[in-house]
Design a protein around this ligand. Sequence first.
Ligand code: FAD
Ligand code: NAD
Length: 324
Amino acid sequence: HNHNIAIIGAGLAGISAAQALTQSGHRVTLYDKSRGSGGRMCSKRTTEGDFDIGAQYFTARDSQFRQEVKRWLDQGWVTEWNPRLYRYDDNGLTPSEDDQQRFVGTPRMTAWSRHLLEGLELVGETRIVRLHPEADRQWLLVDEHDRHYGPYDRVVIATPAPQAVPLLEAAPQLAQTAAQVQMEAGWAVAMAFEQPLTTNVDACFVRTGPLDWVARNSSKPGRAGLDTWVVQSTASWAEGHLDLKPEAVTQQLGQALAEVLGLHLPPPVQSHAHRWLYARPNGEYNWGALAAPELGVYVCGDWCLGGRLENAWLSGLQAARTLT
Ligand code: FAD
Ligand code: NAD
């Protein structure tokens, strides 16, 4: 039996569910509050270059996911990134090379999500605020302007856990499960410099101070333009500075970058600060996906497994499998 299915959230989990369900012959429509899509896999485009300000790279450990990654590599949608890796702790900056394969979308992270969305129906700039039950176990989606979409006989919710809870009023058990998941915040700052910084660092895991990650964005394959950098704060620094003005965040995290690299930094010619309220789940779970088949409601997202792109993809796949 072919279903008419709505997916709320067009991040990697929603996209993965959409692809699997479409392949099984169902009719699928994705809804997202943002104009484009890709969710936390997100790039900021500027005149001085494009910056990945959400997910930085991904790893592939599951064999099914690795197969999928191989297909994307063959298509040229993703490329392996081999940064000169460092770590920074109380003893300072030290090289920290390893054998882990890391992949990035080319020429920016969102280029990959755009390719994945080709052929799928996406309704953007539409924030769904509730599900309205109709006769015959069908659902209407209601947006923030009280516009209705549907009816649908299956609904997949693929948003971060805190944003799934209000949509799960009709499925209180799923709502209760999702409400267990706290998601941590994070600040990301992108900076472009006129002259390349004199350092060998392409990426650095930071173990002390306000940062937890530093990347030379322009060291990723296919990135054109100036020397660009992206730094990300720890969750605890973000929690303590949630309402700090973006200019002040840029200033403070720029200073932290200077400390990590041991350099005096010139003022960036372009900078951008982004606050993520729901950057990552505070733990790992083994739900795969959540389901209330008697209602036709399914839930997926990275948080059903962990806080990584691979988790998001696998969770979407699991939701699709449970549904069919
Ligand atoms: P999301 O990408 O969050 O997608 C959910 C979508 O739902 C969004 O597009 C949102 O707009 C939409 N939405 C929410 N509510 C509604 C609503 N009511 N109506 C309509 N639409 C709605 N992972 C890695 O593997 N490697 C990394 O290096 C890495 N770095 C990261 C760095 C940062 C700063 C952040 C924030 C995350 C990082 N992650 C990383 C995690 C990775 O980005 C996520 O695991 C993954 O993108 C989650 O995908 P998702 O589809 O589950 O959720
Ligand atoms: P991964 O295997 O490269 O890294 C996992 C973790 O192992 C790193 O965070 C780091 O702490 C450690 N690590 C790995 N290689 C290291 C090295 N050579 N030297 C020192 N430490 C090393 O990648 P993954 O498991 O796919 O994780 C994805 C990345 O996404 C992680 O870095 C994670 O912190 C990050 N992430 C960030 C956010 C955010 O909001 N900033 C959200 C979700 C995930």
